[in-house]
Design a binder for this molecule. Structure first.
Ligand code: PEP
Ligand code: MG
Length: 555
């Protein structure tokens, strides 16, 4: 029972679980003093002052990275690298040389880079939040203000913010029992790190008012509800029930199946040998998505076949005798690869990305398939390969011919609605399909997956998106071929039940998300999943779809 005076707000739930505690908020940005003109004789000292402040900020972040692990450590190191970026310090120094003080030189230099990153779009644009975070930290260091960011709570607390800098999210510990942001989508940094840390999280609570620090709130990371000043006893009971569910999750050992024994592959998304090793030590039964492009984001030149084969073999060896699905390079859009030589486009998400790069010159694709085949030969494994950003039946045939010519099992990703609509015909040419729900929602809803303001549109529970998934799953069942899901949707335990009810045969997600998905599936029958799928499909919006599915699964 809720406190009658409690108020409820709703956002997009991204990490399940319930957290209750007083609100804490990030420290505000440091105040910026009025500009002063630096005398010519003092400019070298001022440059040194800037450099020292940037170095201190970078060192602090590096220290925190060393104490973190996984995505959190990566985010902290990447932010530290940005603080010590030579381009940024050169831009600041250039301004100081004309008399600007270090604080304003820092602000202007970061603004210059932020404009450049925004123009580049995609993943680079996402780094603008990091740049602003770096600016605030350097300014605080220069002016002696407290370090901006998240306060260290002394009791279990709920962190509420407009948006969180990746470095803030990465530094959280177990005293932060839930996260709520007004901005950010299900694929934002906040969501990714909250998922890794297992902190209940709700994002995109667009109409969230200013809740004063210290106000008790209850956050439900499965329903997306935020209850302000809830009934205290009921709140504690909800936290206890959620903790019990968590312990069932940690006790889950696999294999993936529903309560009545219907098998569902529980697979991991990986990006290199190290992450595959980590996944192999978990409940993952195999790899459902090996994002090969992530290993080459910093490369100016194409890695040779031998080097690629070594990388692929490392992943295959981690899962000896088990399923590994290698995705060919998904370059372009938010993951530009310098060596593909594609021209800048005004609309990169709709441009030459993924398989489309191979149409003019299939050389990079062919060499990658050669490398995968070589890795298969070296390890004696039988990898499956799939192409991203496939749009037509002809695309699927083009890819399958090349993969099969090398003895590889060939599939394609379903990310473009056109392929979902013609899934039955595509399946005549490939052995399996894997639905990339991150892009399928983006293209179904015509909403940029990186846009925080559009998070309710890019919600995978959108009934239009679910209708396309249903159509693909039906085509797979009719053809007797597997259809998996490898986007973020597979990491949502409730949605996982719906996907299985729609006929999806495997779910692939970040390793940390797998136990919650497997444990939830183990509590429901296939029939119940089918009922949940039917009611979710019949709903008019994502919130209603979630609610209907949850109610159906409680039956
Ligand atoms: C997807 O689009 O859902 C997917 C898995 O691919 P990526 O997130 O790498 O684009
Ligand atoms: Mg994709």
């Amino acid at each position: 029972m809720n406190n009658p005076t409690a108020t409820v707000w709703k956002g997009v739930p991204v990490v399940p679980g319930v957290g209750y505690g007083p609100v804490i908020r990030p420290e505000p940005r440091p105040p910026v003093p009025a500009p002063v003109t630096v005398a010519e004789a003092d400019r070298d000292t001022e440059i040194a002052r800037y450099d020292a402040a940037a170095a201190t900020v970078a060192a602090r972040l590096t220290e925190r990275a060393a104490l973190a692990s996984g995505a959190a450590a990566e985010v902290l190191s990447a932010t530290a690298d940005l603080a010590r970026d030579r381009g940024l310090s050169a831009a600041a120094a250039q301004r100081i040389r004309t008399g600007t003080d270090a604080v304003h030189a820092c602000a202007e230099a970061t603004d210059q880079f932020a404009a450049l990153f925004t123009q580049l779009g995609g993943l680079m644009a996402e780094r603008v939040t990091d740049l602003h975070d770096i600016r605030d930290r350097i300014v605080a260091e220069l002016t002696g203000a407290p370090e901006p960011g998240v306060p260290r709570p002394t009791e279990p607390s709920v962190l509420v913010a407009d948006d969180l800098a990746p470095a803030d999210t990465a530094g959280l510990d177990e005293r932060t029992v839930a996260l709520v942001t007004r901005l950010g989508g299900p694929t934002s940094h906040t969501a990714i790190i909250a998922r890794q840390l297992g902190i209940p999280c709700v994002v995109a609570v667009t109409d969230l008012p200013e809740i004063p620090t210290g106000t008790p709130v209850l956050v439900n990371g499965e329903t997306g509800e935020i209850l302000v000043r809830p009934d205290e006893l009921a709140a504690h009971a909800a936290v206890r029930a959620s903790a019990e569910q968590r312990s069932a999750t940690s006790a889950w050992r696999g294999p993936g199946r529903t309560a009545d024994g219907h098998p569902v592959g529980i697979l991991a998304n990986v990006q290199d040998g190290a992450s595959a090793q980590q996944a192999a030590g978990s409940q993952a039964e195999g790899v459902g998505l090996f994002r090969t492009e992530l290993a080459f984001l910093n490369r100016e030149t194409e890695p040779g076949v031998d080097e690629q084969a070594e990388l692929y073999a490392a992943v295959l060896r981690a899962f000896t005798g088990r399923k590994v699905v290698v995705r060919t390079l998904d370059a372009g859009s938010d993951k530009p690869l310098a060596f593909t030589g594609t021209a800048a486009e005004p609309n990169p998400a709709l441009g030459v990305r993924g398989l489309r790069i191979a149409f003019d010159d299939p050389g990079i694709l062919d060499r990658q398939l050669d490398a995968i085949a070589r890795a298969a030969e070296q390890t004696g494994e039988q990898p499956w390969v799939m192409a991203p950003m496939v749009s037509t039946v002809a695309d699927a045939r083009f890819f399958a011919e090349r993969a099969r010519a090398r003895g590889l099992v060939a599939g394609v990703m379903v990310e473009v609605p056109a392929v979902a609509l013609l899934a039955d015909r595509v399946l005549e040419h490939v052995d399996f399909l894997s639905i990339g729900t991150n892009d399928l929602t983006q293209y179904t809803m015509a909403a940029d997956r990186l846009s925080p303001g559009l998070a309710t549109l890019t919600d995978p529970w959108q009934p239009a998106h679910l209708a396309l998934v249903a159509q693909v799953a039906r085509a797979g069942t009719a053809a007797g071929k597997p259809v998996g899901v490898c986007g973020e949707a597979a990491a949502d335990p409730l949605l996982a039940c719906v996907l299985v009810g729609l006929g999806i045969t495997s779910l692939s997600a970040a390793t940390a998300a797998l136990p919650a998905v497997g444990a939830r599936l183990a509590t429901v029958s296939l029939d119940l999943c089918r009922t949940a799928a039917a009611v979710a499909l019949a709903a008019d919006d994502p919130g209603a779809a979630r609610e209907a599915a949850r109610t159906a699964l409680q039956a």
